[in-house]
Design a protein around this ligand. Sequence first.
Ligand SMILES: CC(C)(COP(=O)(O)OP(=O)(O)OC[C@H]1O[C@@H](n2cnc3c(N)ncnc32)[C@H](O)[C@@H]1OP(=O)(O)O)[C@@H](O)C(=O)NCCC(=O)NCCS
Length: 150
Amino acid sequence: MIIKKLNETEELPMELLLLADPSENIVKEYTARGECFVAELEKKIVGIYVLLPTRPETVELVNLAVAEELHGKGIGKQLVMDAVKVAKEKGYKTIEVGTGNSGVGQLALYQKCGFRIVGVDLDFFVRHYPEEIVENGIQCRDMIRLSQDI
Ligand SMILES: CC(C)(COP(=O)(O)OP(=O)(O)OC[C@H]1O[C@@H](n2cnc3c(N)ncnc32)[C@H](O)[C@@H]1OP(=O)(O)O)[C@@H](O)C(=O)NCCC(=O)NCCS
């Protein structure tokens, strides 16, 4: 598997991106403002993440997704570790990520990759998404903010 930057001329793997965020508008905004990186296996895109510059020296990891049939094989972890490495190489000092309160696996993954919980954006998903989101039998209401100094 290789992880590489997606060229601006290449088509966005929208189906994959929508796994991480149900809002096509938000996905389009993030991918336009950030840099997209993809994991390719046998010439097929199987994973993606976007690095979005936010504040000075700070970048946010957004839109992390792995093709559903390949979940649980370590690809997500490789992508998160790659995002940390790339952010460091680009000279950022802090990398942040946000995930829903119901994202039990995502919270485990980010903490295994060195992120620590630094805050909660209460009712973020209620305010920004028209449809109710339920994951692991838990309503996704709040955004858990995680951060890592690099
Ligand atoms: C989140 C996602 C990217 C993870 O990708 P993946 O390839 O399945 O993840 P990995 O196989 O690398 O596993 C990630 C790690 O989290 C751990 N993990 C996952 N669920 C866990 C749980 N419930 N408890 C403890 N650890 C858990 C795994 O054990 C693994 O750690 P390990 O390598 O130390 O065993 C993938 O599930 C996905 O695309 N989901 C839909 C989109 C999404 O939710 N994106 C994130 C938006 S915030």
